[in-house]
Design a protein around this ligand. Structure first.
Ligand SMILES: Cc1cc2nc3c(=O)[nH]c(=O)nc-3n(C[C@H](O)[C@H](O)[C@H](O)COP(=O)(O)O)c2cc1C
Length: 338
């Protein structure tokens, strides 16, 4: 393995037709619409800002308390509180555009018609790189079943959104890990026209206060995030990359360091989102970007794109020597080709 200097490592990446100078984004719901982070660094330093999921109408969210600590992660039950799409388009989008941020807009709805109306509202807005469709929402037309847990319902949402946005803005489906076979949901979203996939959303969890003898969160259940979920997320990215090797993936779940991000890239992600880590360290996405650049250089990758999905390469042939880190350099890999 031959290390190279980190400076010239090309971090640029693509998600379908959208291009980004680096692959480290915020995660939806963990940096609102970017304003809070702008006091810590220039938002153009990020690959992109992924906005909190916006719904059609203003929404108060779930009862408090809305956050609970767990030994290696966080439970939240915010309930998609927000001002609704009109206010978002009038205030947040122009603010992000004025600050030169690349923008991924996350949308969420309670019915297929709501998702379609959100997409229609965004169609003529400029400066949106990707629309991320958060399908981890209860479907009011189907007894509150979460769209993302049903391949058919996920597909209905994605085709409705793609019908509004096709040819204008790439559409990514954000998948839930709370399913038996994530590749089945991934495939149905792609068959319905999704240009790419984001994964993973939080896992459904519950914490009980052993003093009050009642659930801690006002909403009872909450979404679990943070370092503990990373192996689940990397597994999901790995499985979907194997099933659908040509579909771009935005990976997330417990990323705190550049090496965490590298795991996702090696598993098949073209870009990553940093979520929960931002609450403890607002600079986390920038630090992760710089650490990722360094980690790529140390492993001899001159371009991020060379590392995407690298862990899927065939197992080393018998008798071939691995470095102590267990990786051959990409240059060595070239030489091994017949
Ligand atoms: C407080 C909080 C709010 C979130 N809100 C959203 C949201 O609005 N839409 C969404 O798609 N995901 C939301 N997520 C999920 C994150 O975007 C991300 O998928 C998940 O937390 C895993 O990444 P992490 O472990 O780095 O946080 C939220 C997560 C947290 C912790």
């Amino acid at each position: 393995m031959t290390a190279i200097s980190p400076d010239p490592v090309d971090l640029s990446t693509r998600l379908a037709s959208a291009e980004f100078p680096n692959p480290v984004f915020t995660a939806s719901g963990c940096a609102a619409a970017g304003r809070e982070l702008a006091q810590f660094f220039d938002l153009t330093e990020l690959g992109a800002v992924v906005t909190k999921s916006v719904m059609l109408r203003p929404r108060a969210g779930r009862p408090t308390p809305r956050m609970a600590e767990t030994p290696s992660g966080m439970l939240n039950s915010i309930g998609l509180q927000g001002p609704g799409i009109e206010s978002f388009c009038q205030h947040d989008l122009p603010w992000l555009r004025n600050h030169g941020a690349r923008i991924v807009v996350s949308i969420a709805g309670g019915s297929v018609a709501e998702y379609a109306a959100l997409a229609q509202r965004l169609r003529d807005e400029s400066g949106i790189s990707v629309v991320e469709v958060n399908i981890s929402c209860p479907n009011v037309e189907d007894r509150g079943q979460v769209f993302a847990c049903d391949p058919g319902e996920s597909a209905r949402v994605l085709s409705a959104v793609v019908a509004e946005l096709s040819g204008t803005i790439p559409v990514f489906a954000k998948l839930s890990p709370d399913v038996t076979d994530i590749t089945a949901i991934a495939r149905s979203c792609v068959d319905a026209g999704a240009d790419g996939l984001s994964m993973i959303n939080t896992l459904l969890g519950l914490k009980i206060d052993t003093d009050t003898l009642a659930p801690v969160l006002g909403g009872i259940t909450g979404g679990w995030s943070g370092p503990a979920i990373r192996p689940v997320a990397v597994r999901a990215v790995w499985q979907v990359r194997q099933a659908l090797p040509d579909v771009p993936i935005l990976g997330m779940g417990g990323i705190r360091t550049g090496l965490d991000a590298l795991e996702f890239v090696l598993a098949g992600a073209s870009a990553v989102s940093v979520g929960t880590a931002v609450f403890g360290d607002p600079h986390a996405p920038i630090r992760v970007r710089d650490e990722l650049r360094q980690a790529l250089a140390e492993r001899g990758f001159a371009r991020l794109s060379d590392a995407i999905g690298y862990a899927h390469r065939p197992a080393p042939r018998h008798g071939r020597e691995l470095t102590p880190e267990g990786l051959d350099s990409p240059a060595d890999e070239e030489m091994m080709r017949p």
